[in-house]
Design a protein around this ligand. Structure first.
Ligand code: PLP
Length: 392
């Protein structure tokens, strides 16, 4: 028996354990400290009432002989696939029923999609980045190259015509930087992918936070995208499904490859995945109902108000930042040329506020820091007040 030694090459993920370690040490020494956590990437508001009601109804159906359901249909129940199809049509995107695949969230599909690609592919990832893209490829022994996101390009790197890539990951709006590509910028990536015979794996987990009309909600709003983009979306941040688990992936039939990726993905999923629970798919369907949309929009607006409080607070402190406008994340430049961990310690010790050091997301995160808008209005405002006082 030989184990997969590619796992030896995965970088140790110490970011969140190091944060909790430092926090534990600090609170042990200062038990009276009133800590405000502004670093978590998880939602805090509960599920919308329409979603909970749908789950109750579906649970009751499962308890009656006449309405009980067993194994799920191929790529999801028709009521949910049609709801997702309807949602895409609000962006002017027409998807075929069989291009939409219901999943238990974006993370699983982002990892599992790699089953469709040979190990001998060059993978391009922007840095800083959601670590899943890199780790899943290193696990499979693929070569990963990086495209630098930095202040000079507004944390939105564009393709380098001299660099060849086969698989390209784009996360827009981005975790951790909050930056989002405009239609025009995304079109440049699409043209590059087509020229290189590459596929773009586009993670749109934060699509629901977009406010800028120039930023597309789906890559398929752009001409040519169906030939080279697989899009991953999730109800985690859109509708508070981080613990409920449901998402969707679009694998267009028009994708250009030396095989039928849509048919391969259906085959992969029906072989290795038995679908998302009926109760959860009914809950997800409710997200797309008029009542559900109204309710989830209220929650998103609450988080967006927090983002505004953060942006105003940072402006007042004279701190440079990115994101916030189309995303629940604010990516700030550590003041006074401080390193990410140096700023983390100072903020913890002097303001009792916890955030996420940027270097945990890649080399280019050094000297940057991530704050999230998933707290309450009161705590967010208080955190900004403390930061202002700390900087004197
Ligand atoms: N993609 C990005 C960029 C994320 O930040 C996250 C979660 O934080 C995910 C995907 C995971 O989404 P899901 O909960 O649907 O697995």
């Amino acid at each position: 028996m030989k184990i997969n030694h590619n796992y030896d090459n995965i970088k140790k993920s110490y970011l969140f354990s190091e944060i909790s370690h430092r926090l534990r040490d600090y609170t042990a020494a200062h038990p009276e400290a009133d800590i405000i956590k502004m670093g978590i990437g998880d939602v805090t508001l509960p599920l919308a009432p329409a979603v909970v009601e749908a789950m109750h109804r579906a649970a009751d159906e499962m308890g009656r002989k006449e309405t009980f359901r067993g194994y799920v249909d191929d790529n999801g129940y028709d009521f949910l696939i049609n709801a997702i199809k309807g949602y895409y049509s609000t962006f002017g995107v027409d998807l075929d029923y069989w291009e939409i695949f219901v999943s238990d969230g974006a993370k699983s599909d982002l990892g599992n999609i790699l089953d469709l690609f040979d190990a001998d592919n060059t993978v391009l990832v922007t840095d800083p980045v959601y670590p899943v893209y890199v780790d899943t490829n290193v696990m499979a022994g693929r070569k990963v190259i990086f495209s630098n996101a930095a202040e000079q390009n507004g944390f939105l790197p564009m393709p380098d015509p001299d660099v060849h890539a086969d698989i390209i990951y784009l996360c827009t709006p981005n975790n951790p930087t909050g930056a989002a590509y405009t239609r025009e910028q995304l079109k440049v990536w699409i043209d590059y992918a087509k020229k290189n015979g590459a596929v773009i794996l586009l993670d749109s987990a934060y699509e629901a936070f977009i406010t800028d009309p120039d930023v597309p909600h789906s890559a398929y709003e752009i001409e040519g995208a169906k030939e080279c983009v697989i899009e991953f979306c999730s109800l985690s941040k859109t509708a508070g499904f981080t613990g409920t688990r449901c998402g969707y992936t679009v694998v267009p039939k028009a994708l250009k490859a030396d095989g039928d990726l849509n048919a391969m993905w259906l085959r992969r999923q029906t072989t290795k995945f038995n679908g998302v629970a009926y109760v959860i798919q009914r809950a997800a369907e409710a997200v797309f109902s008029p009542e559900g949309q109204k309710q989830i929009r209220e929650n998103i607006a609450y988080y967006q108000e927090n983002a505004k409080i953060l942006m105003n607070g940072l402006d007042r402190c004279g701190i440079k930042y990115f994101g916030g406008k189309n995303s629940p994340y604010i990516w700030l430049k550590c003041p006074g040329g401080m390193g990410s961990w140096e700023f983390f310690d100072k903020l913890l010790e002097e303001a009792n506020v916890v955030g996420t050091p940027g270097e945990g997301f890649g080399e280019n995160g050094k000297g940057y820091f991530r704050l999230t808008s998933f707290s309450t209005h009161e705590k967010t405002a208080e955190a900004m007040e403390r930061l202002y006082k700390m900087l004197g």
